[in-house]
Design a protein around this ligand. Structure first.
Ligand SMILES: [Mn+2]
Length: 439
């Protein structure tokens, strides 16, 4: 694979000595503070948070393992599998599997620093521990349906439980929603990581703009992006890299294929890396030969105006729904400017813009935090919340003026007390893009 490379920009400038991947001493406090906040926020609740299990990619090859986000959020342990964290009020236990000398020899299993303020127990103690806690706690919070063994253990516990003293029945709740509520407001450590992920991923997107995409296959572009994320020191991609060219720009999550990019194509690239477990999520839509056609430019300007207006609307007190409506109203006004009638727009807007404008981002690219409050109203933004802003238009219907054009522009935005801060920095003005992509 080769790209026509402009002499000016080096692929990825190496950042000066910056934070390493290894958490430092005081980070431990961050995790115990989170466990404490969890126990204080959700009283009478025992949390059972699994680290997750290794998934196999092929006969004897596993996928790179990343512990479940909730487990990492509460322990800081990223490479520990088949373990459980139990949080019961002030008591926090880390239950670890026996590690055979075999797996120590072959895999080096068990090589991690144990958090000092967790009582370390063998995995075999789980049901005994839970049986004890169920006497006085009202709820068991665990991730429903993720681990059949855990589901079975907890249901059996509920079925045969004797000696429960509390006057009301034992309740089972899904821990992901509860922990998700805590993860909604990013703390300082998290914001730093999101900034790093955003800036390093942005560097890769910027470098990509100086490469001629025409004549390359989608998969080559995707592979180059992912290799560059690793070269930027990031642990992995935050999600499967999306590269769609030509009419495949109208597929929302187009997986990269062998399809060759043609000179007059648009290429939609949705890609982000992961830094210390935290994700970036960036989308840019580029002209393969460096110049937008008149039709492409017309639609691009509508989406760009909408995205900028939606980002501008991000501040404390504004609801997610309002950010979305700002984006949508701008798209509709733009479509009117392109000559579509109000009734046609009314009829087609949900097809042309089939997805929401934002999702939470954090340890997961789609962070599992609630989007409505207790009264069912769209959540109001508060400092520390982190969301994407990604309006798009997709003309999938054939035979029309803009058929085959799909455009999405996405950035990651942190809500601050003053308003917002954009965590990603990749050119998106047409003049900038054509400048960078001019071959
Ligand atoms: Mn996104």
């Amino acid at each position: 694979m080769h790209f026509h490379q402009k002499p000016t920009e080096k692929p990825t400038e190496k950042p000066t000595e910056k934070p390493t991947e290894k958490p430092t001493e005081n980070d431990t406090d961050v995790f115990s503070q989170r466990r404490q906040r969890l126990a204080e926020r959700f009283t009478h609740t025992v949390f059972v948070v699994p680290s997750g299990v290794v998934s196999m990619r092929s006969h004897s090859v596993a996928y790179p393992f990343k512990s479940q986000s909730d487990f990492f959020y509460l322990t800081g342990l990223r490479a520990v599998s088949v373990a459980y964290l139990v949080v019961a009020g002030k008591h926090c236990h880390l239950l670890l599997p026996e590690i055979s000398s075999e797996s120590k020899l072959w895999e080096g299993e068990g090589e991690f620093d144990l958090p000092k303020d967790l009582s370390i127990e063998p995995l075999s103690r789980l049901d005994e521990l839970l049986a004890e806690y169920c006497k006085n706690f009202d709820r068991i919070a665990f991730p429903f349906g993720r681990h059949s063994e855990l589901d079975g253990l907890i249901l059996r516990m509920g079925a045969y439980h004797r000696g429960r003293k509390a006057p009301h029945p034992l309740a089972l709740v899904d821990c992901r929603t509860l922990i998700g509520i805590l993860r909604l407001h990013k703390d300082e450590t998290e914001i730093e990581c999101l900034c790093e992920a955003g800036q390093r991923s942005s560097r890769v997107h910027r470098a990509l703009m100086s490469k001629r995409l025409a004549g390359q296959r989608e998969i080559e572009i995707a592979n180059w992006i992912e290799a560059s994320f690793l070269a930027e020191g990031m642990s992995w991609r935050a999600y499967g890299t999306i590269v769609g060219a030509g009419e495949r720009t109208t597929i929302l999550h187009a997986r990269a294929t062998e399809r060759m990019v043609k000179p007059n194509d648009l290429v939609l690239i949705d890609a982000g890396g992961e830094w210390q477990g935290y994700c970036a999520d960036i989308t840019r839509t580029l002209p393969a030969n460096g110049k937008f056609s008149n039709e492409q430019r017309a639609v691009y300007e509508v989406v760009l105006k909408s995205q900028k207006a939606a980002i501008t609307s991000v501040r404390p007190g504004v609801s997610l729904e309002e950010v979305h409506l700002t984006a949508r109203e701008n798209l509709m006004a733009g479509l009117r400017g392109l000559g579509m009638s109000a009734s046609e727009i009314e009829e087609k807007i949900s097809i042309l813009q089939p997805h929401g404008t934002s999702h939470w981002i954090g340890l997961d690219v789609h962070d599992p935090a609630p989007v409505v409050d207790d009264a069912g109203r769209s959540i109001r933004l508060e400092p520390g919340m982190c969301l994407t802003v990604e309006p798009g238009l997709y003309f999938r219907e054939p035979g029309l003026r803009f058929s085959g054009i799909g455009i999405r522009i996405e950035d990651d935005v942190l809500v601050t007390a003053q308003g917002h801060e954009i965590l990603t920095s990749v050119p998106k003005e047409i003049s900038e893009i054509e400048e960078l992509c001019s071959f």
